[in-house]
Design a protein around this ligand. Structure first.
Ligand SMILES: *Cc1c(COP(=O)(O)O)cnc(C)c1O
Length: 408
């Protein structure tokens, strides 16, 4: 098995990795084809429970649907979290199909069309304003519909989160409205038929360093409390972002959730509650809720030797799980945790290169990985596949069939 702690969260029975308690070969038979994605319902639930234990009840938990928009996953999470964040009308439809109300859905992202804005207004969804132009279009769309839009101002902060996997705030950005422009925008919105609920700051993603996250959260609270003084309506919503990272590579250490939780509780009690006790304080997470609950399961189609190197060729690849091939924003390619799911108890005594079935050298899933000896027919499993897997991959590339997704 891999050194990553998360791999151990899936049980092993008689040498087979289990997802949702179902041994892998049996699950493959039930699915009917490989490759497939499988998400473990209990692991998702356990992750939310761990978060609830670490976070003060004053914090509402939001799920960023783009991490995994499979309807069954979103439906399951809708019963566990307090809010869903969507970034397209397609995701909004999935969110609104769950029992969660439109007033617990927020819609972020640049380039929302008038049609999308109208849909969100009609659904009572909170629109996270990404620009002054968008704010004007929201007011106009609300006027056409005769419905007062619910909005929050997404703020591009005047600080940057260093060490974050992906930065989405600070400096010039397509996301949010520059902090220094926000007071003037709020003054303009004050006279209009629009309900300004509060603020949203999302400073970055995939952060494993608690110190950096806590510093960003502190600065975010400073910023939103300053801006709240300019709000035209009572502030009822403070979305402090998220960015909790998950370990993808052997040397990654998991985030110290308890430390972050304790710090957040202090921020809420000492800073927010004395000024804005009614505000809903949201932490919005995508990958942290789902990444580690998912596996991508492929079958070995071929085993070959080439000039001293052993290749395992599997029936899946980067067209389904782009991130594991290193082609989704990684600067240096590193291996995602990988195992032979049908030989989970066997000693890892062979170094192989695992490649996908695409006719491109980019389709590399495990570069020089040490695994138990696997043959044609074995199932090779990639972990950390529950977020930004299928929907973040170029499925049409090379024309192979789409994989099945199951929630087990
Ligand atoms: C993508 C996104 C998230 C989720 O990011 P993760 O790294 O998956 O947690 C949260 N909020 C916003 C606004 C986003 O765009």
């Amino acid at each position: 098995m891999t050194a990553l702690a998360t791999a151990e969260t899936f049980a092993t029975v008689d040498g087979q990795l289990c997802v949702g308690g179902v041994p892998l070969e049996r699950l493959a038979a039930r699915v009917g084809s490989t490759p497939f994605f499988a998400y473990d319902r209990d692991l998702v639930t356990a992750r939310v429970q761990r978060l609830r234990a670490a976070l003060t009840p004053r914090i509402s938990l939001g799920y960023a649907v783009k991490a995994n928009p499979m309807p069954a996953v979103v439906h399951h999470l809708a019963g566990l979290v307090d809010a869903l964040d969507v970034a397209s009308s397609g995701e909004m439809r999935v969110a609104l199909d769950t029992p969660i109300g439109g007033d617990s859905v927020s819609f972020a992202g640049p380039g929302k069309t008038d049609a999308e804005l109208s849909q969100a207004i009609a659904a009572g969804v909170t629109i996270e304003l990404e620009s002054a132009g968008e704010a004007a279009r929201v007011v106009a769309a609300g006027g056409r519909l005769g419905i007062r839009p619910r909005v929050a101002v997404r703020v591009n902060p005047d600080f940057q989160v260093k060490g974050s996997g992906m930065r989405m705030g600070g400096g010039p950005q397509q996301f949010g409205i520059d902090a220094e422009q926000v007071p003037a925008l709020l003054a303009r919105l004050g006279g209009q038929d629009v309900d300004v609920l509060g603020f949203h700051v999302f400073a970055g993603s995939q952060n494993l360093n608690a110190e950096i996250l806590m510093e960003a959260q502190g600065r975010t609270v400073d910023l939103v409390l300053q801006l709240a003084e300019h709000a035209p309506d009572p502030v009822r919503y403070l979305n402090l972002g998220g960015g909790f990272g998950v370990p993808y590579f052997a040397q990654d250490r998991p985030l110290d959730l308890e430390q972050v939780g304790a710090h957040l509780a202090g921020l809420v009690a000492d800073r927010i509650d004395p000024v804005l006790p009614e505000a809903k304080v949201v932490i919005e997470l995508g990958r942290y809720l789902v990444a580690e609950s998912g596996v991508y399961v492929t079958r070995v189609v071929d085993r070959k030797e080439s000039r001293g190197r052993t290749y395992l060729v599997v029936d899946g690849g980067m067209h389904h799980q782009l991130a594991a091939s290193g082609n989704l924003g990684q600067v240096i390619r590193r291996n995602y945790p990988i195992v032979v799911g049908t030989r989970a108890d066997a000693p890892a005594d062979e170094t192989v290169t695992v490649v996908g079935c695409l006719c491109t050298p980019l389709d590399l899933l495990g570069d020089g990985v040490t695994l138990p000896r696997a043959d044609v027919g074995d199932l090779v499993v990639l972990f950390q596949a529950g977020a930004y897997g299928l929907t973040a991959s170029p499925t049409a590339f090379l024309g192979h069939p789409a994989p099945v997704e199951v929630l087990v």
